[in-house]
Design a protein around this ligand. Structure first.
Ligand SMILES: [Zn+2]
Length: 193
């Protein structure tokens, strides 16, 4: 029998303290969503160069069970994240909006050992250890942090390199004095012809 038809579906509370303690061992599935402001995510707040109105992340989460031959049904968590924060652009060194939109899927396992043993070829499903007081807020924050660009930048052409954006100011000055790369000259000639 399909377990999803038997189990009650419970709405996940968007309340921050409730999100820190979600019972993923209870015989029920969850559905919910909400909006997290940057200050609600202290580790992410450390990465933000400034906070503008509207900065933050919409999240939605859903759990369901899939049958697994020879073992207990697996509980799957689907997590969607969409939002914006501001970081320092590494080209112009000004604030730069970073938009993220991520979909993640997790499979819940009973123990840390089972999570470590989970087949890594299945990169679509990341194992997480289910508990009666699972910190879903931390997981959301982890996934946003993992999705941040290593080198945040405005779109190509949208800003000018700051003189000291790569190392010391001398690098910028050198770049200006350097004769133009012949390949670039060729490219420009092609463009204008
Ligand atoms: Zn920039």
């Amino acid at each position: 029998m399909n377990r999803n038809q038997v189990l009650p579906q419970v709405e996940l509370s968007a309340d921050l303290s409730a999100l820190r303690r979600v019972d993923f061992c209870a015989p029920q599935s969850y559905l919910g969503g909400g909006f997290l402001k940057i200050p609600d995510l202290p580790r992410l707040a450390q990465e933000a160069s400034k906070v503008e109105a509207g900065d933050g992340f919409e999240w939605n989460a859903k759990t369901y069970f899939v049958d697994s031959p020879g073992s207990e049904p697996h509980q799957i968590l689907q997590l969607g994240l969409k939002g914006r924060l501001h970081m320092i652009c590494q080209r112009c060194l000004q604030d730069c909006p970073v938009d993220l939109s991520e979909e993640r899927q997790f499979v819940m396992v009973a123990t840390e050992a089972l999570a470590d043993a989970y087949p890594i070829e299945d990169d679509e499903l990341e194992p997480i250890v289910a508990s009666q007081h699972f910190d879903l807020l931390s997981l959301i924050e982890d996934e946003i942090l993992l999705s941040l660009p290593l080198i945040p930048k405005h779109p190509e052409g949208a800003c000018q390199a700051h003189a000291s954006s790569f190392g010391d100011a001398k690098t910028g000055a050198d770049a200006l004095e350097k004769p133009e790369n012949p390949f670039n000259i060729l490219k420009n000639m092609k463009k204008s012809s």
